[in-house]
Design a binder for this molecule. Structure first.
Ligand code: KG4
Ligand code: ZN
Length: 340
């Protein structure tokens, strides 16, 4: 019989990425992500198509993760899966699959909050990243969320500020759509911004409470500005794409940093971490490195592959919960909305 060791399989299916990863003592042995391309042509995630693609991808993705980790499924100690928040149809695929596999193997099932996982991804052992000390401030920035979180322990998290409307990832993606870029456009805006002038155009920074965010006004301002310019010059966007992207990115990064500064000031906590898809952005990464020197913060930036949706972060939370014996019952249900 194969000896069971502490290997945990993580499964992520909350939005449009089907992902599986294996963790062993804090080290990621495999991290597989199947990104669904089908949504590009619709300019956003189509929930019905996302759940169908998860159905198709989940078995091969899990098989590949086990193969890359060089283990057999019988060696697994537990299955960790994203319970929420996310798209219900997408979550149901990962949840049902994880329950069946855990039950079939007779091993514990561990439910994971996707947003907690974006934060706890910092505890994955990797050369390219450092684990924060408690307490720390986490800025979670993704396509679905924008939150400031005070983290006093692995599972003691308090949301101290959040967006009142769009998430920051949406501000990137919706502006990208206005610039004629395919969905999702955050990484493309980042790429074009490298060669543009960040001060070429001035976009407004919405005024809300010190720890809250608002992005819907920015998107509208970008739309009106582009419409006005295109009337005078139909090639305005293509001729000025790099400056447009650089100016938008500069505005967003500056706004995020303003909020982080407020959070540090109000809590007195100078240990700062970022997480979520938008933390892959080179502007916010550079701004955080600069903040170490400028404000004497201790900053933590995740390895790129742990920024956008992935299952390594789910496996990481799985390992933390496994050590504490925090298991889910086999009748656990997915939750589209879930608190920290
Ligand atoms: O965390 P994530 O993969 O999925 C959600 O949970 O939402 O985040 C996806 C978001 C998208 O809005 C995408 O445009 C954005 O992250 N994103 C970026 C970059 N890479 C991904 N935004 C700005 N710059 C990037 N380099
Ligand atoms: Zn995410």
């Amino acid at each position: 019989m194969i000896q069971k060791q502490n290997y945990i399989l993580g499964i992520e299916s909350s939005c449009d990425d089907t992902a599986a990863a294996v963790i062993h003592n804090g080290l990621i042995l495999s991290n597989v992500v199947a990104t669904q391309k089908i949504h590009e042509e619709y300019g956003g995630v189509v929930p019905e198509l996302a759940s169908r693609a998860h159905q198709q991808n989940i078995v091969p993705v899990v098989q590949l993760a086990l193969r890359k980790a060089n283990i057999d499924k019988k060696q697994l100690s537990a299955i960790a899966f994203t319970r929420g928040p996310g798209l219900m149809g997408s979550l149901l695929v990962g949840t049902s699959f994880s329950k069946s596999l855990a039950m079939g193997l007779g091993i514990p099932l561990i439910d994971v909050n996707h947003m907690q996982a974006h934060i706890l991804a910092h505890f994955i052992k990797a050369e390219e990243q450092t684990a924060p000390d408690f307490p720390f401030i986490a800025l979670t920035i993704s396509g679905g969320h924008t939150q400031l979180v005070m983290v006093t322990d692995y599972f003691a998290m308090e949301v101290i500020g959040q967006t009142l409307d769009d998430a920051v990832g949406e501000a990137f993606d919706k502006s990208g759509k206005i610039f004629g870029l395919p969905y999702p456009s955050g990484h493309l805006i980042d790429k074009y911004a490298q060669n543009g002038n960040p001060k070429a155009y001035k976009f407004p920074k919405p005024k809300v409470g010190p720890l809250d965010f608002s992005f819907s006004g920015l998107k509208t301002a970008v739309l009106y500005f582009v419409e006005k310019e295109v009337k005078a010059n139909p090639d305005f966007v293509s001729e000025n794409l790099e400056d447009l992207c650089a100016s938008l990115q500069y505005t967003i990064v500056d706004y995020l940093m303003d909020k982080l500064k407020n959070a540090v000031e109000l809590t007195g906590i100078k240990e700062v971490a970022i997480g979520g898809g938008v933390s892959a952005n080179s502007g916010i990464r550079t701004a955080l490195i600069e903040a170490e020197k400028k404000y004497s913060w201790k900053t933590h930036i995740p390895k790129i592959e742990y920024c956008t949706d992935n299952a390594a972060m789910i496996a990481m939370v799985g390992e933390l919960k496994y050590k504490q014996g925090l298991f889910a019952k086999y009748d656990v249900v997915a939750k589209a909305r879930m608190k920290m």
